[in-house]
Each structure stands twice: as structure tokens, then as C-alpha cells.
Write a protein of this length. Structure first.
Length: 218
């Protein structure tokens, strides 16, 4: 398959790149700073690298042209200038996808966004309220872009909410669910398990229009 990857210059993104290539996919990496990517990717015939920002719709369209799906691990940063950086960026991303006729999207979010299926969970309540207090701009941006994705009707989206990610070896066992539903407990997901789950979801389509929490099973 042909996949466009966003936000993959960090640790979780690098796992997504590795797993995508190991499965034989052709990937287009869209990055603000391609210099952060491993040098070997620049000469890999299955990799196309396009430099650009999430507000540059023309460059986004170029990256999305001819793709089967778009995968994103974009996340807000603590010192971002406003509380709607990614919320605005998602508007450009989805418009560019629609213009290019790409309608499959798999992304990530956090429990800061309360999905209607969530119930009260003390640990997550503490975590999200700490984030809201300490990093208000980040919290508001996560809530903003998650709400925007939730309301999107044309694109077949799946958004996995992550409590936190770690760099431990992947377990191959992942739980999905909603807060206090009796199926998922408080915990983290390995970056490798996250990559597997996102790539599996492209074709499995288990979570279209859903925002489950995701965690690895130890």
C-alpha cells in the first residue's frame, strides 16, 4: 500500500516507519524538519520525503496524492504559540485529503478528550486535569482537534487515544476500550504495539469513527 505518514520524526514515528517498511508499504514521509530522519531513509527506494508544515495545503496535497491512507502521530508541544496549532492543522490535512480523494485516516490522541462512551476513571481524571493545569495550551489543542476529528463525516477515520507510550519491546497484545468500561485498565502502550495497531487498522477497519483508548498487555 501507499501510505502518507505525519509527525514521524520522534520515537513513536520512527517505529511506525520501521514497521511500515517491514510490511512492504511504500511510504511518503511529510515532515517539517526531514533532517531528523535517519540518513538511510533518504536513499530508500520505498521512501519519499516531502518537507512542509501542516498549514501548507499545497504541500500536503502533494504528499497525499495517490496514497491509500494517511497515518498521523502528530501531537502538540509544550511551548507551542497558541492552543489551536493542531486543531488548525487538522483542518488543512482533512481538506487536502478530500481534494486528493484520500479518505482513510488513522491518528492518535489522548484521554484529554472525553469521548461520549467514556465513564469516570480516577487515574485518568487526575492525569488529564494535571495536563490541563500544567500545560493548558496542549490540553485545549488536544480537545480541539479531537473534537474536530469526531465531527468529521466524510473521511473514514480511526483515532487511538494513548495514555502514554514507552520504548519497551512490543508485546503483540493490545487492548482497546473506553474509560471504565471494564475492558481496559490504566496503562501505557509500547511504540511498536502502537505502530502495529495503526497499520492493522488500515485494512481491518475495526474502529472507523471511534476513539478507543489503547494499551499494551504486559
Amino acid at each position: 500500500m501507499k501510505l502518507a505518514l505525519l509527525g514521524v520524526t520522534g520515537p513513536s514515528g520512527k517505529e511506525l516507519i520501521i514497521e511500515s517498511l517491514s510490511r512492504g508499504h511504500q511510504i511518503t514521509i511529510y515532515a517539517r524538519n526531514p533532517a531528523k530522519l535517519d540518513d538511510s531513509l533518504h536513499s530508500n527506494r520505498n521512501v519519499t520525503i516531502i518537507k512542509g508544515t501542516i498549514n501548507d495545503e499545497e504541500s500536503l496535497r502533494k504528499a497525499f496524492r495517490g496514497q491509500d491512507a494517511v497515518l498521523s502521530i502528530l501531537s502538540p508541544i509544550p511551548r507551542q504559540p497558541t492552543d489551536h496549532v493542531l486543531t488548525d492543522g487538522y483542518k488543512h490535512i482533512f481538506r487536502a485529503m478530500k481534494t486528493e480523494g484520500v479518505y482513510r485516516f488513522i491518528g492518535t490522541g489522548t484521554p484529554s478528550y472525553q469521548h461520549p462512551k467514556d465513564k469516570f476513571h480516577l487515574g485518568l481524571w487526575i492525569l488529564t486535569h494535571l495536563l490541563r493545569y500544567l500545560l493548558g495550551k496542549v490540553w485545549r489543542d488536544v480537545v480541539g482537534y479531537s473534537g474536530y476529528v469526531h465531527d468529521e463525516k466524510e473521511i473514514q477515520w480511526s483515532l487511538f487515544r494513548i495514555m502514554w507510550a514507552n520504548s519497551k519491546p512490543k508485546t503483540g497484545k493490545v487492548l482497546f476500550g473506553y474509560q471504565a468500561d471494564g475492558k481496559i485498565k490504566f496503562g501505557s502502550v509500547t511504540r511498536g504495539d502502537l505502530a502495529d495497531a495503526m497499520l492493522d487498522e488500515i485494512t481491518e477497519k475495526r474502529w472507523i469513527g471511534e476513539m478507543p483508548l489503547i494499551r499494551s498487555v504486559p
